[in-house]
Design a protein around this ligand. Structure first.
Ligand code: NI
Length: 256
């Protein structure tokens, strides 16, 4: 069954039907969901979701667009959230120069601090990096990210950059974008990277795959992502689902 490694069911986009949608995951082949926090507001919501659904796990951290809200005190609150039994990672954390909402120096300060927290708490990191390829790589190398481990979520860079992260033992998060016709660069990355280094993720409510492009995304649509990866790598659909599930369980340190 499908392991969804990156979702945001705390988002307002799911307010209308969150419960019925989440209750239908099992029957649609989705076994496990990691709900990732992004904003200060989302931290408590993710904690609640994790408590309410046995198959939902959590990741705790502030997204680079949201680090204006970060303080030393909030960082310690995040540390406590990370010590809950079902907290599997620190995230999503990183650099975003596309929306560029916070000064680069502030984004870097809290990316580094949250990565250190992950190291101390022995959790992997979920890295968000958008139009910040060089700085992200510099920082991940700088804080010896390979020792911490984790995933470059919604991987959007070229093959050469993928190689750098694969060499450090990172996983690459692959979502709906791989089904887009114009996603030549990402298809090349998927062809190049070993299946043992890929994770399935939606980033829902965003980035729905074809044939739902532009609509609200959800984890059930991961089957289209898995089908596309299977075609690109010339393996079966089942192999993609099984291997990415094993990868996720290994990265998030879940025992069978
Ligand atoms: Ni996300």
């Amino acid at each position: 069954m499908i392991f969804e490694s990156h979702a945001h069911y705390d988002d307002d986009a799911f307010d209308e039907d969150r419960e019925s949608l989440l209750s239908s995951m099992k029957e649609n082949g989705v076994e496990t969901i990691v709900n990732v926090s992004a904003s200060k507001k989302s931290l408590e919501k993710v904690k609640e979701l994790m408590k309410s659904y046995p198959f939902i796990y959590g990741a705790f951290g502030l997204h680079p667009d949201e680090v204006g809200d970060m303080t030393d005190r909030l960082l310690e609150e995040i540390r406590l959230l990370c010590r809950q039994e079902k907290a599997l990672a620190v995230g999503e954390i990183g650099l975003d120069y596309y929306w560029d909402k916070e000064h680069h120096s502030l984004q870097k300060k809290w990316f580094d601090a949250q990565a250190q927290l992950a190291r101390e708490e022995k959790l992997p990191i979920i890295v968000h990096s958008r139009e910040a390829a060089a700085d992200t790589l510099d920082m991940v190398k700088g804080f010896r990210g390979g020792e911490i481990g984790g995933v470059i979520h919604c991987f959007s860079y070229a093959k050469e950059m993928a190689r750098e992260y694969l060499n450090m033992g990172f996983y690459l998060g692959i979502g709906g974008v791989v089904t887009f016709k114009n996603a030549k660069k990402l298809k090349e990355v998927v062809e190049y990277a070993p299946l043992s280094s890929l994770l399935l993720e939606t980033d829902c409510p965003y980035l729905a795959p074809v044939p739902y492009r532009g609509k609200r995304n959800n984890s059930i649509y991961l089957k289209y992502v898995a089908e596309t990866i299977a075609q690109i790598k010339n393996v079966s659909y089942e192999e993609v689902v099984d291997t990415t599930r094993q990868n996720a369980r290994k990265m998030f340190r879940l025992r069978d």
